[in-house]
Design a protein. Structure first.
Length: 86
């Protein structure tokens, strides 16, 4: 996967700061957050609060997408560049 990054591409300062913070989080965190959102959503639906359950259930996909972003940052982001320099 190493040649997939564009040569000479630079990240902005905001993107680098976000990458540094998110790369510290374990990838499992996002998976478990997604499972928790689905469980909470099911609880609301079974309690008769269908609309709230549907709303909370939508967070599962957001957490999974954040997990993918986290993994990409670890593999291809500035974190990977720093490992190559050392």
């Amino acid at each position: 996967m190493e040649g997939t990054r564009m040569q000479g591409a630079q990240e902005g300062r905001v993107a680098e700061r976000i990458e540094k913070r998110t790369s510290r989080l374990p990838s499992d965190l996002f998976l478990w957050a997604s499972v928790a959102a689905l469980a909470t959503s099911s609880g609301f639906v079974f309690a008769g609060k269908r609309e709230t359950g549907l709303y909370v259930g939508q967070f599962a996909s957001v957490f999974l997408l954040l997990g993918i972003y986290n993994k990409l940052v670890k593999l291809l982001g500035s974190d990977a560049r720093e490992r190559q320099l050392h």
